[in-house]
Write a protein that binds this ligand. Structure first.
Ligand code: GLA
Length: 724
């Protein structure tokens, strides 16, 4: 890893463990993005500086000369609005004259060891300055005076670079930031496929791949959250690249609000890729002396295909994104009350769950929705975070003590950024609901969104949550968010700042959650949003695991988990065994084992045979815990490509052990099936624990396993553990 500035050529080389990114400072201070890919050290990028000047249709800079340089055809490092570059702009700032022509030029730079935190925003981090190096390039628009700092961090042990932007107003006047993307990459060609993750509630993160074509394409959220519909992830795959080979660029936005990931292919056949806050419904007023910090984008490049891109994200997130005690410490195996009881529970029932759970080896009971206010269904009480003594007589303490006495930890559910119209909180503070004046806000799941952009509202929620967590010995919090944000407005924002609402809302979430997470470092937080509707790296920074989906059917879960695994590690992927009827407990366990693993069912209803299976799974959970959380994932048969089966494998970092899972979603006659494993050492001998047979790594990877007769029925599955 290193960042090198070549004074003579005016070139920056940013090297990660395996990649290089080159930025040039051209005449008149234009910043050009010259190269991103596998490691190179060359310093002659003359051919890449100007591409195809086309005076009049691509206006040229008059100082450089009419046929010399056009921002429209040059590989702009940070394309701006209206000054000769007609592609989608990364930055647009309106000045005091009211125009929004924006044109920033190089002014200076700094290189330093380590990586800084971003004020108010979650981000990746280092624990030692030797782990990363950062370049900050200052650029300025001489007319409006707006100054931007482009911040790049490269990592020593990973082919990962992060990008972000700071916009500053050093002028005496007010400036208006109309858009500010965090990453802008101009690629010289358009021979890529754009891969994104679309979805919906109970069907999150399906893969969608489209060839880039001329014009603008991409994905966005305007929902106030990253959302079920599109994940803030995109990859550009060089056409022809596969799971195991080819150039892949992966981009993941460390942000939980409205985002855009856009690619524009222009008339030259080049591609601009942008990722950042969605400019729709966004504007930020920057008063004199103020700064705006845009969230960061994590950029991964590999020439070894999509699978390697995922493994890089996984390793990197486990090490440089997920924080706190539970980054490394073993997380308790939990049972959650939601699918077991929904709103219908009381102290006795929960203690009865705890009794059986304890007997099965489960380590924590999580009480889900329904413990507060008078909430017996989803029509009331969000915001009234006081225990319902009718359900839990003697209060929380009695229940939590009872669970603790049984030797289990105790977890609780919250939905802090919501307010039910039928709640004491709403009756006392109707203006605390997100709304715009004169309109009755839309309802989602019978609820309004609570205006956590307001500090007073956050303090009120804090005032209710903090004592509950502190006084009752809570070990875990599930943090939910069960609708999207409409009628976006805050009673406190003046008319000219209304478009700041969405970003202020998310900053408010980070502030509240951040306060709780730092005040209670021993509590394990799990993010959630109607399943996986806010599954993004920013949430992962605050909660080391996230509930992946409300869909707990193991067959349906296959696409959800395969899609989620594109950039999120197994350690983050909340996965439970439920009572859903489609398959037996073996398959439910085999699929959930890929994630955080836990149960979501009434344990009293398990048959003696199923209890035996659960006990075995609990033992497997402990046995495979480290392997699954720190090992390398290989997706072998994707349920997006094969309608009958799915298979994956997790290999330890030292390649001495591997866990292989095979699921037959549907059987069909004469279904001969061989699966070749990956990522092993060819010369090492591996013994399969289940069959006792020993194979070479070469055999397993080249000849493969004959699964034809091993798993034959609908919804059946198996795991095989290899040690060598
Ligand atoms: C969401 C979550 C579920 C559960 C319910 C409770 O849908 O995803 O797991 O917590 O809310 O209302």
């Amino acid at each position: 890893m290193s960042i090198v500035y070549n004074e003579e050529k005016k070139l920056f080389h940013l090297h990660t463990s395996d990649t290089t990114y080159v930025i040039g400072v051209y005449d008149e201070g234009y910043l050009l993005g010259l190269y991103y890919g596998a490691h190179i050290e060359d310093t002659d990028f003359g051919d890449f500086m100007t591409r195809l000047p086309n005076a009049s249709f691509s206006p040229a800079n008059p100082v450089i000369g009419e046929h010399g340089f056009s921002p429209d055809t040059a590989p702009m490092e940070y394309g701006c609005n209206g000054a000769g570059d007609f592609r989608i702009a990364a930055l647009s700032v309106r000045g005091k004259n009211g125009d929004n022509v924006t044109d920033v030029r190089y002014r200076g730079h700094r290189i330093y060891a380590g990586k800084r935190e971003i004020p108010g925003l979650p981000s990746t981090y280092v624990t030692d300055d030797a782990e990363a190096e950062t370049l900050e390039i200052d650029a300025e628009d001489p007319v409006t005076g707006v100054s931007v700092t482009l911040v790049y961090t490269v990592f020593a042990q990973y082919p990962v670079m992060t990008k972000r932007v700071i916009v500053r107003n050093p002028t005496p006047d007010t400036l208006y930031v109309e858009r500010v993307f965090s990453a802008c990459n101009d690629f010289p060609t358009m021979d890529y496929d754009l891969l994104t993750l679309y979805g919906r509630h109970v069907r999150e993160r399906s893969l969608e791949k489209r060839p880039l074509s001329h014009g603008v394409q991409g994905v966005e959220s305007k929902r106030g959250v990253s959302g079920h519909a599109q994940n803030p992830f995109a990859a550009l795959m060089r056409r022809g690249s596969t799971e195991d080979s080819g150039d892949v660029y992966g981009f993941n936005f460390v942000y939980s609000g409205n985002f855009s990931a856009l690619a524009e292919c222009d008339f030259n056949g080049s591609t601009r890729f942008l990722m950042g806050i969605n400019p729709t419904d966004f504007e930020w007023t920057l008063q004199s002396g103020e700064a705006f910090y845009a969230p960061e984008v994590v950029c991964v490049y590999t020439d070894r295909g999509l699978g390697e891109m995922s493994r890089i994200f996984h390793r990197f997130y486990n090490r440089h994104l997920i924080r706190g005690r539970f980054q490394k410490e073993k997380r308790p195996l939990l049972i959650n009350s939601w699918e077991a009881a929904y709103f219908d529970f009381d102290t006795d029932k929960l203690l009865a769950f705890a009794d059986v759970a304890k007997e099965l080896g489960i380590e924590m009971l999580v009480m889900d929705d329904g413990w507060f206010g008078k909430r017996n269904d989803d029509r009331s009480s969000l915001g009234d975070w006081f225990v319902n003594e009718k359900k839990l007589p003697g209060g929380l303490k009695k229940l939590v003590d009872g669970v603790h006495e049984r030797g289990l930890k105790f977890g609780i559910w919250y939905e802090p950024e919501m307010i039910s119209p039928d709640s004491d909180l709403y009756r006392a503070h109707p203006d605390w609901a997100v709304h715009v004046e004169g309109r009755e806000p839309m309802r989602g799941r019978h609820q309004y969104v609570l205006d956590v952009s307001r500090a007073d509202v956050r303090d009120a929620v804090w005032g209710m949550m903090e004592p509950v967590l502190r006084e009752n010995g809570i070990d875990y919090v599930k943090w939910d968010f069960n609708r999207n944000v409409s009628d976006a407005g805050s009673a406190l924002l003046p008319p000219n700042r209304k478009k700041e609402f969405f970003h202020r809302f998310i900053l408010g979430t980070y502030d509240l959650m951040g306060r709780l997470v730092t005040t209670f470092p021993d509590i394990l937080f799990e993010g959630c949003s109607g399943g996986g509707g806010r599954f993004d790296p920013a949430m992962l920074c605050l909660s080391p695991q996230i509930w992946t989906s409300d869909n707990t059917d193991p067959i349906e879960r296959l696409t959800i988990q395969f899609g989620t695994s594109l950039c999120y590690p197994a350690s983050a992927m909340g996965a439970h065994v439920s009572a859903c009827p489609r398959t037996g407990y073996e398959t439910k366990g085999n699929v959930a084992m890929w994630g955080t693993f836990g149960y979501e069912l009434d344990p009293r209803k398990l048959t003696p045979e199923d209890r035996e299976i659960v006990r075995r799974q609990v033992a497997d959970y402990h046995k495979y815990y480290d392997l699954i959380r720190t090992g390398d994932l290989y997706r072998l048969i994707s349920p997006f490509e094969d309608h009958f089966r799915a298979a994956w494998q997790i290999v330890s970092a030292d390649k001495r052990s591997a866990l292989f899972t095979f699921v037959r979603m549907r059987s069909y006659t004469a279904d001969q099936c061989f699966v070749r494993l990956k990522g092993l050492e060819p010369d090492r001998k591996y013994t399969c624990q289940q069959t006792g047979r020993t194979y070479s790594g070469a055999y397993l990877m080249r000849a493969g396993l004959n699964m034809t007769h091993i798993v034959t029925g609908d919804g059946e599955s198996c795991t095989m553990y290899f040690e060598g």
